[in-house]
Write a protein that binds this ligand. Structure first.
Ligand SMILES: Nc1ncnc2c1ncn2[C@@H]1O[C@H](COP(=O)(O)OP(=O)(O)OP(=O)(O)O)[C@@H](O)[C@H]1O
Length: 243
């Protein structure tokens, strides 16, 4: 479903963040991307929905060249890609429900988006998504009043509301304690297994990656140095990766 061809990301004409990466991901895979700080994980993930434009290379989603789309086509394509950020990316003064409804904006005309006009169907989807992450009872609470783990569950509900084919998550558990991290990872796993949504997730904790992902991609200095099953990760690789 996703194919990256020769992706190269360069910042300011001099920082080589991603170096000629080729990667193919099938529908339903749960892929963890690991690597030390600055290895290019974020940059790579953000090229997939063009939050970062690659300097070179192409991104194919279901064989459509995303890098060649017009702005309108890109907006349409982004509906099928959910993105979860480390810092949750919620509007803190808005209610949980209103935050989740933002996931529906890609399906609205620009005018309806601007006016925040949502249909009964949008509300139904948002409420269902909140149920899926166990937060129905917080629907009318302001997002700013939630704990970190609850905020990340709202962010997951927001992407679910989008009906995505793939969810990209950039260090979604980096700010959370271990128990809350596992709770959030359980939700990602559930979404992956029950809905067959492909997940690509950046993780700095190798143990979490090994526990939850069925495929691990390791980046070093912008290059893939490992792509395989969690069980194939050995000490030599970890030493190479984090030395
Ligand atoms: N907007 C930017 N402008 C300039 N350089 C950047 C920018 N974003 C990232 N970089 C640089 O690109 C390289 C890769 O960064 P990136 O954030 O992709 O790595 P990462 O593996 O996600 O790191 P971390 O785990 O610390 O978030 C680093 O050298 C970083 O300093």
């Amino acid at each position: 479903m996703l194919r990256l061809e020769n992706i190269t990301v360069i910042y300011d004409g001099k920082v080589l963040a991603v170096d000629d990466v080729n990667l193919e991901v099938n529908q339903g895979e749960f892929v963890g991307i690991i690597g030390s700080s600055g290895s290019g994980k974020s940059s790579l993930l953000k090229t997939i929905n063009l939050l970062v434009r690659p300097y070179k290379g192409k991104v194919f989603m279901d064989d459509i060249d995303v890098t060649g789309l017009s702005d309108a086509q890109l907006r349409n394509m982004r509906k099928s890609i959910g993105f979860v950020f480390q810092d949750y990316n919620l509007i803190e003064r808005s209610t949980v429900l209103d935050n989740v409804l933002i996931g529906r904006l890609g399906y609205k005309s620009p005018l309806k988006s601007l006016l925040g006009l949502f249909s009964d169907d949008d509300y139904e989807r948002a409420i269902t998504a909140l149920k899926q992450v166990g937060l129905s009872e917080k629907m009318f609470v302001r997002a700013g009043e939630l704990s970190g783990g609850q905020k990340q569950r709202v962010a997951i509900a927001k992407t679910l509301c989008q009906r995505p084919k793939i969810i990209l998550a950039d260090e979604p558990v980096a700010s959370l304690d271990i128990a809350t991290s596992q709770n959030i990872m359980d939700y990602f796993k559930k979404v992956n297994e029950k809905k067959n949504i492909t997940i690509l997730i950046n993780l700095h904790d190798v143990n979490i990656a090994k526990k939850y992902c069925n495929r691990i991609v390791a980046l070093k200095k912008g290059k893939i140095i490992f792509d395989g099953r969690p069980g194939e990760i050995d000490d030599r690789l970890l030493e190479n990766l984090y030395s």
